[in-house]
Design a protein around this ligand. Structure first.
Ligand code: TLP
Length: 346
């Protein structure tokens, strides 16, 4: 068997030697009491990068989104988001189960909602209607294929929301990928919104953790909810240390992951039965459909496994590939060769 190339997700990356060294040597203390210098340094750095007053280290993207939702809303309110949002599809219904919110999904184009639709969905306040407590955006947008929301798109939705007194949260699990692709600092993408979550354990390649960023008052509330959810982590500097390394050493190389994704997408585009909208390949993901009589998406993944390539099908026709730190340019080329060999003839 050849080297394993894992295209299932950028969550599969293993910590670098630099991260492991930083973890071993990390200064730690009790973070629940605010005494962990490494967590404090990571939170300060995150707040600075995202241009917000404060930040909170949380266990995961899911927890970051949930504490944000809880800190912004009251049970019985409504949350508006694009219908393919991660928060709706892949977070075990925490919105309903824990936050007690009514979900109002809206259609989108490449993950972006039309601000006019958002305005219409913010129902006028009257006796029968649930008040809108929050609007959630996602940048980059996972189910749309890692597409970016521009500063202007973000501003347009935030303008509508704020005019109606509704806060906006960004699920920015991969916000730095959007920043790199759009060539704007991440803080500009976050500026119009009230809060943002980003993940260290996705394209940034750290083993664990996410950060929630927002105003000091908002982060104080989010901290209370983190405690309620069991997310107070004591000597968490051990993992925060890897996060600091990620922010220093992984940010500058994210563009390489985007180039690898493009390389694979361009190959796929030429192959029979592959349906791929290349305009959605903006960051480190390639989402495509395989419409062939002779091969399902699952069968393609099984064939790729013979080449040491690990990929999973979303369903009978759809596949997502994600590039990341542990996939080299040579690996991406191997993926292209394998795809050509498996799919060239129809
Ligand atoms: N996404 C994962 C999972 O869906 C498995 C992936 O492989 O892409 N927001 C966005 C946009 C995400 O893509 C993810 C994870 C999360 C939130 C949740 O983060 P975690 O997994 O840390 O809870």
């Amino acid at each position: 068997m050849i080297v394993k190339i894992d295209l299932r997700s950028d969550t599969k990356t293993l910590p670098s030697d630099l991260m492991r060294k930083a973890m071993a040597n990390a200064q730690v203390g009790d973070d629940v009491a605010g005494e962990d210098p490494t967590v404090n340094a990571l939170e300060a750095r995150a707040a600075e990068l995202l241009g917000k007053e404060a930040a909170l280290f949380v266990t995961s993207g899911t927890q970051g989104n949930l504490v944000s939702v809880l800190a912004h809303t009251q049970p019985g309110q409504k949350i508006i988001f694009e219908q393919d949002a991660h928060i709706f599809h892949y977070e075990r219904g925490g919105l309903a189960r824990i936050a007690g919110l009514l979900a109002h999904p809206l259609p989108g184009h490449h993950g972006a909602m039309d601000p006019a639709d958002v305005e219409e969905a913010i129902w006028p306040q009257e006796a029968h209607r649930a008040p809108t407590g929050l609007i959630a955006l996602e940048n980059t947008h996972n189910r749309a294929g890692g597409t970016c929301l521009s500063v202007e798109q973000t501003e347009a939705v935030c303008e509508v929301a704020h005019r109606h007194g509704v806060p906006v949260h960004i699920d920015g699990a991969r916000i730095f990928d959007a920043a790199v692709a759009l060539e704007v600092p991440a803080c500009q993408l976050a500026a119009p919104a009230d809060s943002i979550t980003f993940c260290l354990s996705k394209s940034l390649g750290a083993p664990v953790g996410s950060l929630v960023c927002g105003s000091g008052e908002f982060i104080a509330r989010a901290r209370e909810f983190r405690k309620i959810l069991g997310g107070g982590m004591r000597q968490a500097g051990i993992i925060a240390a890897a996060g600091l390394v990620a922010l220093e050493h992984e940010l500058p190389r994210l563009h390489e992951d985007h180039e690898k994704a493009r390389q694979i997408a361009e190959t796929l585009q030429e192959l029979p039965g592959v349906h791929l909208d290349i305009t959605t390949v903006q960051t480190n993901m390639v989402r495509f459909e395989l419409r062939r009589e002779d091969m399902s998406a699952q069968e393609l993944c099984a064939r790729l496994a013979d080449y040491g390539i690990n990929a999973i099908a979303q369903d009978g026709t759809r596949i997502r590939f994600v590039t990341h730190r542990d996939i080299s340019f040579a690996d991406a080329e191997r993926v292209c060769t394998a795809l050509r060999e498996v799919l060239a003839s129809d």
